[in-house]
Design a protein around this ligand. Structure first.
Ligand SMILES: Nc1ncnc2c1ncn2[C@@H]1O[C@H](COP(=O)(O)OP(=O)(O)OP(=O)(O)O)[C@@H](O)[C@H]1O
Ligand SMILES: [Mg+2]
Length: 363
C-alpha cells in the first residue's frame, strides 16, 4: 500500500519526545517528510542541543515509523537548531547572542558560579555554541573556574574578542585587572556601566546561549541585567537551608517584578557525600527546594550534592563536566542543562528580526 506524507505526520503524532514530554509534531520537530515508493525520509529538528542522544532518537523514530507504516524503509536525520526567544519588552537582542540565561541567587556562596560554568559546559557538550559572562564585577570567579589566563584583545579597536576555554567563550572583568587580590571598589553606577560594557562590547561569536553568572542579591547589577540585558530566562540556585530558601524567594520575587521569566530552581549542596565512605546524607534537610518550586509554580531543575570534587575541580580550572564528563555528577549537570534548554525552547520565539516593533505611546 502506498503511504502519504500525511500518514507519516499522523504516525509521528503518537511518538513522544522523552525530553519535552510532547509528541514530535506538537514539539514542531518534524520537517521535510518525503515518501517515495516504500522509502520514507524525514528530518527531526530539535529546539534544544542534544548531540549525545541524536543517535538514540534516530533509532526510536525509525523503529516507530517502520512499525506504524509496515513495508516502508525509514531514514530519519536528527539535528538541533536553537533559535532566539522573546526577552523583556523594550530590550534589544545582542549581536551574536541568541539566548541569555541568567544564573542568580538571593544569598551569597550557594554555588552560582560553579553551577553556571558547569551548566555552560554541559550545554556545549551537547553541541551548542555557548558563552559565559561573569557579571560578578566585585569578585569575578570565571577566569579561575575556566582556567583562562591572559587579556582580551581587540581586532577592530572597539570591541573585545571573547576569551575561550574548554570550547566555550568567556568574558569577565577578571581578565582586565592585573592583580587578583586587589579588591574591586565600584560605586553603583560604575559597576552597572562596567557590566553593560562587558556584554555589549564583547564580540560574541554566534552563541546559542550566553550564561550570565550573577553576584548574589538583588542590587545594582541585577537591575542593570533586568534593564539592559535581553534575558530569555533566569535560573535560581539555592541550598536547602531555610535561610537560603528565604533569600531565594526574594530572588524569585525580584525577577517577577522585572518581567524576566524564571526557568526553574537548582538545589545545590543538597546532600553531603562523604569522601571516605561515599555515604550520602541530607545534612540541611530534604525537600526544601522542591517544596518551594511547588509553592511558586516553578520547575525543580535538579539537585547537586555537596561533594569535594565539585570544588576541587572548579578551583583547578577544570569544572566537573570537563574533568569527569561521564561521572555521576556531570550526568546531573547535563540533565539539568537539558531541562533548561528544553524550557528555553518552549518559550515564545523572538520575532523582532522579522517584524517591525510597534510602539504604542500615551500622549
Ligand atoms: N556542590 C558543591 N559541592 C562542593 N563544593 C561546592 C559545591 N558548589 C559550590 N561549591 C564550592 O563552594 C564555594 C562557593 O561556590 P561558588 O563560588 O560557586 O558560589 P557563588 O554562589 O557563586 O558565590 P558568590 O555569591 O560569592 O558569587 C566554592 O568554593 C565552590 O567550589
Ligand atoms: Mg559567584
Amino acid at each position: 500500500m502506498a503511504y502519504t506524507e500525511a500518514d507519516v505526520q499522523a504516525a509521528m503524532k503518537t511518538l513522544v519526545d522523552a525530553n519535552t514530554k510532547k509528541d514530535f509534531v506538537a514539539g514542531k520537530s518534524v520537517k521535510n517528510i518525503k515518501v517515495s515508493g516504500d522509502a520514507v525520509t524525514l528530518d527531526i529538528q530539535l529546539g534544544y542541543p542534544a548531540a549525545s542522544v541524536w543517535g538514540e532518537i534516530k533509532a526510536t523514530v525509525e523503529a516507530h515509523l517502520a512499525a506504524a507504516l509496515p513495508g516502508t524503509t525509514v531514514t530519519a536525520s536528527v539535528s538541533s537548531k536553537v533559535v532566539p526567544h522573546a526577552v523583556q519588552r523594550g530590550v534589544k537582542l545582542v549581536e551574536g547572542v541568541k539566548n541569555i540565561i541568567a544564573v542568580a541567587s538571593g544569598k551569597g556562596g550557594v554555588g552560582k558560579s560553579t553551577t553556571a560554568v558547569n551548566l555552560a559546559l554541559a550545554l556545549a557538550a551537547e553541541g551548542a555554541r555557548v558563552g559565559v559572562l561573569d557579571a560578578d564585577i566585585y569578585g569575578p570567579s570565571q577566569p579561575t573556574m575556566l582556567g583562562i589566563a591572559g587579556k582580551p584583545v581587540s581586532k577592530d579597536g572597539q570591541s573585545m574578542e571573547a576569551m575561550s576555554g574548554h570550547g566555550i567563550q568567556a568574558m569577565s572583568i577578571g581578565f582586565m585587572i592585573d592583580n587578583d587580590d586587589a579588591p574591586m571598589i565600584w560605586r553603583g553606577p560604575m559597576a552597572s556601566q562596567a557590566l553593560d560594557q562587558l556584554l555589549h562590547q564583547t564580540h560574541w561569536d554566534n552563541l546559542d546561549y550566553l550564561v550570565v553568572d550573577l553576584p548574589p542579591g538583588t542590587g545594582d547589577i541585577q537591575l542593570t541585567l533586568a534593564q539592559k540585558f535581553p534575558v530569555t530566562g533566569a535560573v535560581i540556585v539555592t541550598t536547602p537551608q531555610d535561610i537560603a530558601l528565604m533569600d531565594a524567594k526574594k530572588g524569585l520575587k525580584m525577577f517577577e517584578k522585572t518581567s524576566i521569566k524564571i526557568l526553574g530552581i537548582i538545589e545545590n549542596m543538597s546532600t553531603h557525600i562523604c569522601s571516605n565512605c561515599g555515604h550520602e546524607e541530607h545534612i540541611f534537610g530534604a525537600g526544601g527546594g522542591e517544596k518551594m518550586c511547588a509553592d511558586y509554580h516553578t520547575e525543580f531543575l535538579g539537585s547537586l550534592p555537596l561533594d569535594i570534587r565539585i570544588r576541587e575541580q572548579a578551583d583547578s580550572g577544570r569544572p566537573t563536566v570537563v574533568a569527569d564528563p561521564d561521572g555521576t555528577i556531570a550526568k546531573v549537570y547535563k540533565q539539568i542543562a537539558r531541562r533548561v534548554a528544553v524550557k528555553v525552547a518552549e518559550m515564545a520565539q523572538d520575532h523582532s528580526a522579522v517584524f517591525p516593533k510597534i510602539v504604542v505611546q500615551n500622549t
